[in-house]
Design a protein around this ligand. Structure first.
Ligand code: HEM
Length: 411
């Protein structure tokens, strides 16, 4: 069933004047994108502006709940695919604004599943859409439009990728203050794009509140997100590290970014039997405060210059390998947006939980892959295992009410 775009657009114009999510900064190295998530007790975070050069859900402080879904395109023609992209645009805009979705025909099944009740709220929802390399195969005549640098995710050492849990045509990251807002959005999209987008895999994530302050904690008990670059407050740095220009060989990609999405299981039973000094050595940070082993507060920068042998911060610790603090490493940082996940238990009775690793960067090859390759030598590999995910190109933002996701791709 196709939706009347004009009906959906009646509630548009959400960008101007809509409130921006406030940020919680606790120090120089803790910034908008990595501070603890927005308090979700109100269950009604303000609307995040939707229209613009870039999509929301990248630079903003992460909301407490996330749903990460990857679809395969089942649309048969390019026209059907364009129709799907137009629908997801109007739906995403209306949900971002907290608008009531239109009733198409009172006797037909409703567009809204009512999970948020009859008076839906924005709850700070951001829906961030990306495309995988497989969308650029022969099906939709898009082969010539593929951004350079968008590849299938390679298998890294220590990966144990499940085929049903890897790659895919379209990526959707829904973040909101509460899980019900994110789930509602996913279901509305799936319902309206039935026959065009088929879910391939999905995972839900959550963030801790400040425990007791600073970046949220991961399920290994460490603050995670501390050393993110301050791209939310520094547009020049964001252009340098995050937003793509014309280096992709495509003009339509300006204002987008490359996302890496990986499900990384943590062997938490094993981890919970490791002493604190060893845990701290594996990360290179103190467990309680989040301070680097060379410092006293979370915001302190790690110092490796006078510790060449790795006596204080082990050479194979996570942060030292991830960012050795050389000029090259600093110039090629990534923006991480990780969420905790909990998927119950495996067939052996072990807990199945870990990290939904999401990062954004301007060049996956120069940034993420360089870091990931250094990390293949880290001590932490015995306690974690990547099991799925993919590489995606996050589309440029929807500029105004007449624009739609991927318009440059199809134009
Ligand atoms: C389960 C897997 C992982 C866990 C538990 C984990 C945890 C952490 C923790 C606790 C920190 C220190 C606090 C912070 O600055 O955020 C950190 C930093 C960092 N991690 Fe990870 N991480 C994981 C995977 C990855 C992956 C796959 C990458 C990229 C390939 C990565 C890149 C980084 C970077 C760049 C930093 C900041 C280093 C710095 O600038 O000092 N992490 N991570």
């Amino acid at each position: 069933m196709s939706i009347d775009r004009r009906t959906f657009l009646k509630g548009a114009g959400v960008g101007a004047g809509a409130g921006i999510i406030a940020t919680v900064g606790v120090g120089a190295a803790v910034n908008a994108a990595n501070a603890a998530p927005e308090a979700s007790d109100s269950a009604n975070l303000p609307a995040v502006p939707f229209y613009g050069l870039h999509q929301p859900g990248v630079l903003e402080a992460p909301q407490a709940s996330g749903v990460f879904a990857v679809f395969n395109v089942t649309a048969k023609t390019t026209a059907e695919l364009v129709d799907a992209f137009k629908k997801i645009t109007t739906l995403s805009a209306d949900m971002a604004a907290g608008e009531k979705l239109p009733t198409i025909q009172p006797k037909l099944p409703p567009v809204d599943n009512n999970v948020l009740g009859p008076e839906p709220v924005a709850d700070g929802i951001t829906m961030t859409w990306g495309v995988g390399e497989s969308l650029f195969d022969g099906r939709f005549g898009l082969a010539g439009k593929k951004p350079a640098g968008l590849t299938t995710m390679p298998v890294f050492p220590n990966d144990n990728l499940e085929p049903g849990w890897t790659n895919g045509d379209v990526y959707l990251q829904v973040c909101a203050g509460q899980p019900d807002a994110a789930i509602r959005a996913l279901r509305i999209i799936m319902r309206q794009c039935r026959g065009q987008l088929q879910l391939k895999y999905r995972i839900d994530g959550f963030m801790s509140q400040p425990r007791p302050d600073g970046a949220p904690r991961n399920l290994m008990g460490f603050k995670d997100g501390t050393a993110n670059p301050d791209v939310a407050n520094d547009p020049e740095l964001a252009n340098q590290l995050i937003w793509t220009g014309d280096e992709t060989g495509q003009t339509w990609t300006a204002g987008g970014t490359f996302a890496v999405f990986r499900r990384i299981r943590m062997f938490v039973e094993f981890w919970d039997r490791v002493g604190i000094p060893e845990q701290e050595g594996l990360f290179g940070r103190q467990r309680d405060s989040g301070a680097p082993l060379t410092g006293t507060t979370e915001a302190d920068l790690p110092e490796y210059g006078n510790d060449e042998g790795g006596v204080v911060t082990p050479l194979d610790s996570h942060i030292r390998l991830a960012n050795p603090q050389t000029p090259e490493a600093i110039a090629t940082r990534i923006l991480r947006r990780g969420y905790n996940y909990d998927q119950g238990i495996d067939s052996n009775g072990n807990l199945d939980m870990g990290l939904i690793f999401v990062c954004f960067n301007r060049s996956t090859q120069k940034q993420f892959e360089t870091i990931q390759n250094r990390l293949s030598e880290e001590g932490l590999v015995d306690y974690i295992q990547p099991t799925g995910g993919g590489y995606f190109f996050i589309l440029p933002g929807v500029k105004d009410e007449n624009d739609y996701y991927g318009s440059g791709l199809f134009g």
